[in-house]
Design a protein around this ligand. Structure first.
Ligand code: UD1
Ligand code: MG
Length: 457
């Protein structure tokens, strides 16, 4: 199977400097969706016809299985497919896809390919109540005879409701023969790919049709409105698949998955959560409202309370995180770890049963088991030039408002008094504190206002 993806169009109506096919849907470029679907149906080599924003498109999506064909200038869909022909193996049929039609499904394409067989031209068509703007499928006695573009159609043809989605499968040798002979004497002065239908009919080649299961599969993106509409369709599809797999979504209309979300049994997700990259939620994990999770694993039975931000982190089982916790890259939490509100953890490991429940910064730290981190604790990991590690051993107790000036180690079972600025290692099992001695001044009086010292303004 040869696959040619048309992606040279400019996309003026996006009103953007970014090439149209690079606009993201669910965090992935429109063209990236089409490429992945082509791979899903087993395309070994994919030819992308590109033009507008050329280098940017290539750089963003280049891969060993892609052949890039530059179309400059853009003279129509027939001219576009012609640019891809040198890369097509003549013995296998050619599937034409559009780079701005991101949600086409593999099941639909397989049906079209099957309909084409070895020697037929197969068109993916749909019946629309509002066919305006599309090429119409002209049939005589039920058989397809040609496609007429809206701009070239007469009133009777415009009344036809069966439209050309643009996606088709053609025998490659025939395609290579037909494309150089296309003319451009039509309303748009373009070389229409659709004119090959009449050529096939003239040669006696069977022209067959197949249809997508859903209308959104063949909808294209020409504007931000259409992009947003297809984003919603895609997110609804993802939400339905999650629920079918047993995930509880408090509101399936309020979840955004921009990547891969893998869930165990009895996972529950509250509203307005965003999942990016690869996220794994183990059995019975629950995610509170308004969380953003990116490239992370959440352990079995762990509860993420609302408003947490977690990125490139691993959270162990039976934990309680948040509300308002931030776990940054390199965070690894063991079992039954509690991270509370306004606690930031970065590039740190925290072992089983340890707790940092309020207002702390734990960066570049190795923290043992059953450690208690008091409110306001800060690892001073950065001296303005270099970063250093803080080590806190098992069963240590870090009093509130402590600064640990790294590199520094708190020994096993050590206690740090509240307000300590720890600049050298704290020995195990002892109380260590750095604190000015508390004084009380007997007989001290608060200043009072002097009646004669009224300020003039
Ligand atoms: C095309 C079809 C029409 C069909 C419609 C479906 C033709 C002549 N018409 O019309 O029958 O109903 O799609 O949406 O084929 N492209 C290039 N190079 C070009 C021209 C287009 O790469 O020179 C790409 C575009 O980026 C786009 C696709 O081909 O991805 C279709 O182009 P577009 O201009 O949208 O075609 P329509 O006029 O809508
Ligand atoms: Mg056009």
């Amino acid at each position: 199977m040869n696959v040619v993806i048309l992606a040279a169009g400019q996309g003026k109506r996006m009103r953007s400097d970014l090439p149209k096919v690079l606009h993201p849907l669910a965090g992935k470029a429109l063209l990236g969706h089409v490429l992945d679907t082509a791979r899903e149906i087993g395309a070994a080599k994919i030819c992308v016809v590109y033009g507008h924003g050329g280098e940017q498109v290539r750089n963003a999506l280049d891969a060993p299985d892609i052949a890039w064909a530059l179309q400059e200038p853009q003279l129509g869909t027939g001219h576009a497919v012609l640019q891809g022909m040198p890369d097509a193996a003549p013995s296998a049929p050619t599937l034409v896809l559009y780079g701005d039609v991101p949600l086409i499904r593999a099941t639909t394409l397989r049906r079209l390919i099957e309909a084409a067989g070895a020697g037929s031209l197969a068109l993916l068509t749909a019946h629309l109540d509002k066919p305006q703007g599309y090429g119409r499928i002209v049939r005589v006695g039920g058989k397809v005879t040609r496609i007429v573009e809206e701009k070239d159609a007469d009133d009777a043809e415009r009344a036809i409701r069966e439209i050309n989605t643009g996606i088709l499968v053609a025998p490659t040798a025939a395609l290579a023969r037909w494309l150089p002979t296309l003319g451009n004497r039509n309303a748009q002065g373009e070389y229409y790919l659709t004119d090959i239908v009449a050529m096939a009919v003239a040669e006696g080649m069977p022209v067959v049709t197949a249809h997508p299961d859903a209308a959104w599969e063949t909808q294209g993106v020409n504007s931000k409105l259409q992009l947003a509409a297809l984003e919603r369709v895609h997110q609804r599809n993802v939400a339905e698949a999650l629920m079918e797999a047993g995930v509880t979504l408090i509101d399936p209309a309020r979840i955004d998955v921009r990547g891969e979300l893998l869930c165990g049994r009895d996972v529950s997700i509250d509203v307005n959560c965003v999942f990016e990259g690869k996220v794994e939620l183990a059995d019975s994990a629950s995610i509170g409202a308004n969380c953003v999770l990116k490239n992370c694993r959440i352990g079995r039975g762990t509860r993420i309370a609302p408003f947490c931000h977690i990125e490139d982190a691993v959270v162990g089982p039976d934990g309680i995180i948040g509300p308002y916790a931030r776990l940054r890259p390199g965070t690894e939490l063991g079992r039954d770890v509690h991270i509370g509100n306004f606690v930031e953890v970065k590039n740190s490991t925290i072992a089983d049963h340890s707790k940092a429940n309020h207002l702390a910064y734990l960066g570049d730290a190795t923290i043992g088991s059953r450690v208690n981190i008091g409110a306001g604790t800060i690892t001073c990991n950065y001296d303005g030039a270099n970063k250093f590690r803080t080590v806190i051993e098992d069963d240590a107790f870090i009093g509130s408002d402590t600064q640990l000036v790294a590199p520094v180690t708190v020994g096993r079972g050590a206690t740090l008094g509240a307000g300590t600025t720890l600049t050298s290692d704290a020995p195990p099992e002892q109380l260590t504190m750095s604190r000015a001695k508390q004084v009380s001044v007997p007989g001290w009086k608060r200043p009072t206002k002097n009646a004669n010292s009224k300020k003039k303004d």
